[in-house]
Structure formats: C-alpha cells, structure tokens
Design a protein around this ligand. Structure first.
Ligand SMILES: [Fe+2]
Length: 262
C-alpha cells in the first residue's frame, strides 16, 4: 500500500488546477500541474505538547506523513510558533537538498538552527513574491496574535493558468486582511478557532464576505484538544454573512483538486 507521500508524488494534477492535502491544523501540501510540491506550516510531530505541558496540545490527528518521508520543492511557514515552524519536523526532513525554505525572519532563524543552508532560505513578508515553476507564492498581511512573534504572514499560492489559494495563517482580525483581495483568491483557507487571538468562525466568515472567494475552508480547529473549535459554526456563519461562498470541509489526507475539471 502506498504511503500518503507516495500518493502525492503519484498524483497527476490537471492543467488549470491545484491539488491540496490537509494534514491537520494549518499543515497542507499543495501540488501544481508541473508537479511543484509546496508544504505549508508542516507540523508532523508532537513537539507542541512537550513544550506546553500546562495545556493539552496532544495531537488528535496522527502525523499522516513522517518528516523523513517528505519530498517537497518549497517548505513555507507563516510564522514561528511551534505548530507552524516546527524545528523537529525540519530536523527530520532528510530529503531537503535544493528545497526552498520560505518564511518570515523568525522562522528563518529556526531553519538556521536546524542546519538549513543560507542559500536555501528565502525570507518572506507581506507583499513578497516567490516563484518556482508554475507556482507563485505571495506573502500576505496577518496580524500577530501575541508578542512572542510579531512577524506573522499569510500566503496566496497562485498556479500559472490556474487558481489562487489564500491561507490566512494565524491572525487576529483586522481590516487590512482584506488587502488580499488584490490577488482575487478563489479559495480562502482560514483559521477559525478564536483561541489565542486567532480569527473566530464569525470573523473568518466576515472576512470571506469581504474578499468573496468561491470557496472557504476552515482549518486550525481540529488538532489540539485545548485549542479546538466546531467547523459547523463557520459553515453557519458563512450562510449568514457570505451566502455566495461555498463551504468545503476537507478530510485529513484526502486529495482535494480545485477546480475539479474531471
Ligand atoms: Fe497556530
């Protein structure tokens, strides 16, 4: 039986589409028609639980890919919290030759601490653009959720001739989040957990009403018992605040191809 990473490697992505796999929290792998694989905030260990034993951060979704198995072209992070830039995941990511490690400067410090060479590091900030093959990553505005890291960003992943996927990253609510509209994202993937100053389900739905993607997907609600939320509340909030935006709830480890042209 193929592992999930082998399945991702074997998946052919149709022209004009992107394939996404959700691995829990804000961890995703995106694949383009040219086969470029981008990891976003890959958290594939239980390190947060060890770092914060005062609350229950034991992962409820198993790590669906072992870090040792990762095969990526870009490893991107939105900020330097342990569930987004995980040094243990990166340390165990053995096949990292030639991989671009993209993130704000505090994340680059973590990359550096686990031996990522300088020439493979690409600092990112709101408004930056990183291009590889048929994939362009745009850094977007995000508002820090506490003072332990003041350099949060989000991303828009744009596939040449295909869709644009927006990850809010961890962010508090702010009117500048609507600045992502300049990229006209087709899909918005938003944190909805409200805890630790992240967007609530209501704030995320209001953001969807302002930027008007075709699809809105909740994330960052599933992984930690002490930082969880009910995605049905986001679905309901969308019905009220942004009824024209389609709600999609992804299944962990299942490919979601957008748009589905089959
Ligand atoms: Fe987070």
């Amino acid at each position: 039986m193929m592992t999930l990473m082998q399945t991702i490697l074997a998946t052919q992505v149709p022209q004009g589409s992107v394939a996404l796999w959700w691995l829990g929290q804000n961890s995703f792998i995106a694949k383009s028609p040219l086969g470029i694989r981008v990891g976003i905030d890959l958290y594939l260990t239980d390190r947060c639980a060890e770092r914060h034993p005062e609350i229950n951060l034991r992962r409820r979704v198993p790590a669906l890919i072992a870090p040792e198995e990762l095969q990526l072209d870009i490893f991107a992070t939105t900020h330097n919290h342990c569930d987004h830039t995980d040094p243990e995941t990166i340390r165990r990511f053995h096949n990292r030759q030639g991989v671009l490690f993209v993130g704000p400067h505090p994340s680059c410090e973590t990359f550096r601490s686990v031996g990522v060479p300088e020439q493979q590091m690409v600092p990112a900030w709101p408004g930056c653009t990183i291009q590889l093959g048929d994939v362009t990553l745009h850094g977007t505005f995000a508002l820090p959720t506490d003072d332990s890291d003041l350099n949060h960003i989000g991303y828009v992943l744009e596939v040449a001739g295909g869709p644009r996927i927006y990850w809010t990253g961890d962010t508090s609510d702010h009117e500048l989040l609507t600045s992502v509209s300049r990229y006209r994202p087709n899909v918005m993937i938003a944190c909805i957990n409200a805890g630790f100053n992240n967007l609530s389900h209501w704030e995320a739905a209001r953001l969807a009403s302002r930027i008007q993607p075709q699809v809105a997907i909740p994330c960052h609600w599933d992984l930690f018992p002490d930082n969880a939320a009910d995605p049905e509340q986001f679905r309901a909030a969308l019905r009220i605040l942004a009824p024209q935006v389609r709600y999609v709830r992804l299944e962990h480890g299942q490919a979601w191809i957008y748009p589905d042209v089959s």
